[in-house]
Design a protein. Structure first.
Length: 132
């Protein structure tokens, strides 16, 4: 069984979180991972005003891009064409999604094709790349 790696996007603070604690005793202002009675894992912390904040969790796919960087859900990948260029030399940008137990890039499982891709950002910090 492989280790599960997670990250989270904190929309209130506009930052990506990679480090979590397991309880508030270790770090009362940090981010904690909690599991509810149904087994669902969620992340959270308290804002300065005392409100509970739940950043969006993203699971690591266990796959790596051409630079051996771990691919997470919501990453944006650049497709590296090796044999041909698409019309007008356009570059393809694909968002990684997690659907029905698998990671997808443009609707295809990334497991078999991640070596032809390069992570260039993520949905939260680089959404403009997907608009072109």
């Amino acid at each position: 069984m492989r280790d599960i790696k997670l990250r989270a996007w904190d929309k209130e603070r506009s930052k990506m979180i990679y480090k979590f604690d397991s309880n508030f005793d270790d770090n009362p202002i940090g981010y904690v991972l909690l599991q509810n009675e149904d087994g669902i894992i969620f992340c959270g912390n308290y804002l300065d005003n005392g409100d509970w904040n739940e950043p969006e969790l993203m699971l690591c796919s266990g796959q790596y891009d051409k630079n051996l960087k771990a691919i997470y859900a919501k990453d944006i990948l650049k497709k590296n064409y090796q044999l041909f260029r698409p019309p007008n030399n356009r570059i393809s940008y694909l968002e990684i999604t997690f659907d029905e137990g698998q990671f997808l890039a443009d609707g295809m499982p990334i497991k078999s094709k991640s070596k032809g891709y390069e992570i260039i950002g993520n949905y939260f910090e680089n959404k403009n790349l997907l608009e072109s």
